[in-house]
Design a protein around this ligand. Structure first.
Ligand code: FAD
Length: 314
């Protein structure tokens, strides 16, 4: 039987919803137990949040001062120590956090990581995207070693909070931690808008916006809708918006319920990022633009006329 350990992603004392998405993926294996491990300087608040997720058997905490910041080099040996107590699988989200962390865990265990799991076929057989999402491959991990994997968060809904609360226990990991990697600073964009990766609505703008000043109409529409703001790579490369707004193959993979692509042509590398979006609305002056092939609703026309009208109507 499988026993799955999920590494909680959290920041500023708040659990990231990617952890509940990993629980959904873990549940698909129908394991004997799904435990969440919280590494932090003070794990209590995050552990209490994690304990509410439906399907979680128990929450383990590793409180130590060195865990104040998510340093992969520091977390990895502790995770390996906890995983050694009978876990068949260790999962983390395929976010910047998980992509940084899990290769180190896999390397310490001497196994190959399974990345970006989008479908579970069995406890050791999974599907994952390759070639920027243009093909799906089925991979099988050896049954005699621990499965170290990242979960493609856009492919899994967040497990809901259940009625019960899972028990919280302090774990122990008696390992010496490396001192060659130290936390200096965390530089991140500050925004009052919803987080792009977790938002249920996203409004994205492309090269057609023409300038950062013009991009304001995207922000205005997004604020009217309570949506996060995204962008194509062309808009990022042109300097209209910061790079953390980029959606696509080399940007963020997102799964909002509602996605607006405004002045975006629909290049394959952009579409890779919105494969799991619910309803797609495209606004483009070119009726032949490829974005209309994937859009549920399309408006052909000049965005500088349509977007303000739409915003006023809303
Ligand atoms: P364009 O392709 O120039 O499209 C602009 C669109 O706006 C056109 O369809 C045009 O008809 C329309 N338009 C112009 N004026 C108006 C107007 N007034 N009103 C309405 N519509 C108007 N791209 C990404 O987005 N994300 C990625 O992660 C990404 N990764 C990449 C990785 C690699 C390895 C490579 C090679 C490319 C990658 N790209 C990525 C780039 C991608 O190929 C496209 O170049 C890019 O997505 C184009 O951005 P765009 O649609 O904004 O611009």
């Amino acid at each position: 039987m499988s026993k799955i350990l999920i590494i909680a992603e959290h920041l500023d004392g708040k659990l990231n919803s990617s952890t509940a998405r990993c629980v959904s993926a873990a549940s698909a294996i129908k394991p004997e137990a799904i435990d969440i491990l919280v590494l932090a300087a003070d794990a209590a608040g995050v552990a209490a949040e994690a304990a509410k997720i439906d399907g979680v058997s128990k929450v383990l905490t590793l409180d130590r001062a060195e865990n104040a910041h998510a340093l992969a080099a520091v977390f990895a040996p502790q995770i390996v120590a906890v995983a050694g107590s009978g876990y068949s699988h260790v999962f983390a989200p395929s976010t910047t956090f998980g992509k940084d962390l899990m290769p180190r865990v896999a390397a310490l265990l001497g196994v190959a990581q399974v990345s970006d799991i989008m479908t579970v076929e069995s406890a050791h057989t999974f599907q994952r995207p390759i070639y920027a999402g243009n093909a799906i491959i089925t991979v099988e991990a050896p049954a005699d070693s621990t499965v170290i994997a990242t979960i493609r968060t856009a492919s899994w809904p967040a497990a809901a909070n259940g009625l019960a609360t899972a028990p919280i226990e302090a774990a122990s990991a008696d390992v010496s931690l490396p001192s060659h990697t130290r936390f200096i600073d965390l530089a991140q964009g500050k925004s009052d808008r919803p987080d792009l990766q977790g938002a249920s609505k996203v409004v994205s703008g492309g090269r057609a916006l023409g300038s950062s000043e013009n991009f304001e109409i995207i922000y205005k529409l997004a604020d009217k809708l309570g949506a996060a703001v995204g962008a194509s790579r062309a808009a990022v490369d042109a300097g209209y918006v910061p790079s953390d707004l980029q959606v696509g193959q080399t940007g963020k993979i997102i799964s909002p319920e509602l996605y607006f692509a405004i002045g975006i042509s629909g290049a394959i590398q952009h579409l890779t990022g919105i494969k799991d979006a619910g309803t797609i609305v495209a606004i483009n002056k070119d009726a032949e633009a490829p974005i209309f092939e994937v859009a549920d609703f399309g408006l052909v026309g000049d965005l500088f006329k349509i977007v303000p009208e739409l915003e006023a109507a809303l």
